[in-house]
Design a protein around this ligand. Structure first.
Ligand SMILES: [Zn+2]
Length: 269
């Protein structure tokens, strides 16, 4: 018995060193941040940003079992404006960059579990590849095609937002070019998709907390701007308090990480 208790204490100690399960639950709007779904190509230096289809499927299953409602940006705006009810357990599923695997791997899994997602596109890379990466460190992979963007939009399961024209670091870009990246991508995506671009994600999260960059993002007319700052933003959200926080989903996360992230805003130290 004593041995069992001591063993339990040792396990709890180990768990505490890795996971912050003791952290109080966070209220608000959990926003998941994904990038690539599938298996990383050989030589990838960003392998942790690839979540396997099996893990993604388990995570969508978790959301369904626990009664989460995944929302599109437009649905969130409607709820904010009182045009629809906010679900009891809302979650935003977001994907940065717009990789082809979002359509090929993630989309059918979201459909299977009744989940909806929002994808931030880099306008000039659609139909092409991730040209902002140095292929020596991160191999080029295919991005979404306009045809698959159109198909996903028509399904009502996916909404699109902007992730700029070319994925620059906005903190190292002259302000007139920052303005172009923000305004031009919004306009071109809206022309192409026939829908308002409500959401924006800062490439690399850069500029989200730089007042002159963020001012331009708000001025461009994006209702929701997303940082990569880890955590759960309170809901209702006050834009003046800063951009929305997100939860990075990593390829080496266990389902326990996913659970803690969703309920605490953080899983690891
Ligand atoms: Zn990005």
């Amino acid at each position: 018995m004593l041995e069992t208790v001591a063993g339990g204490a040792a396990i709890a100690g180990m768990l505490s060193a890795r996971w912050n399960w003791w952290r109080p639950q966070a209220q608000g709007l959990p926003t998941l941040m994904y990038h690539k779904i599938g298996e990383p190509p050989p030589g990838s230096q960003l392998a942790k940003l690839w979540v396997s289809a099996a893990d993604f499927s388990r995570q969508m299953g978790y959301l369904k079992r626990h009664g989460y409602t995944a929302m599109l940006f437009a649905e969130l705006r409607d709820a904010e404006c009182g045009r629809r009810d906010m679900p009891a357990h809302p979650v935003l599923i977001t994907f940065d960059d717009g990789y082809a695997n979002n359509a090929e791997v993630a989309f059918p899994i979201m459909r299977e579990f009744g989940m909806k997602g929002n994808i931030f596109l880099v306008y000039e890379t659609v139909d092409r590849h991730n040209s902002w990466h140095d292929p020596a460190g991160e191999p080029w992979v295919r991005m979404l095609t306009w045809a698959s963007v159109d198909e996903m939009q028509r399904s009502g399961i996916v909404e699109f937002g902007s992730h700029t024209m070319r994925h620059p670091d906005l903190t190292r870009t002259p302000l007139d070019l920052v303005r172009w990246e923000l305004f031009e991508s919004k306009k071109r995506l809206e022309d192409k998709l026939g829908r308002e671009m409500i959401g924006f994600a800062y490439p690399y999260g850069a500029g989200a907390f730089m007042p002159e960059v963020r001012r331009l993002a708000r001025e461009a007319g994006y209702r929701y701007d997303f940082s990569i700052k880890q955590g759960i933003s309170p809901w209702p959200w006050d834009p003046a308090a800063g951009p929305l926080k997100r939860i990075l989903i990593r390829g080496d996360d266990y389902l326990l990480d996913f659970h803690l992230n969703l309920t605490r805003g953080k899983a690891r130290f």
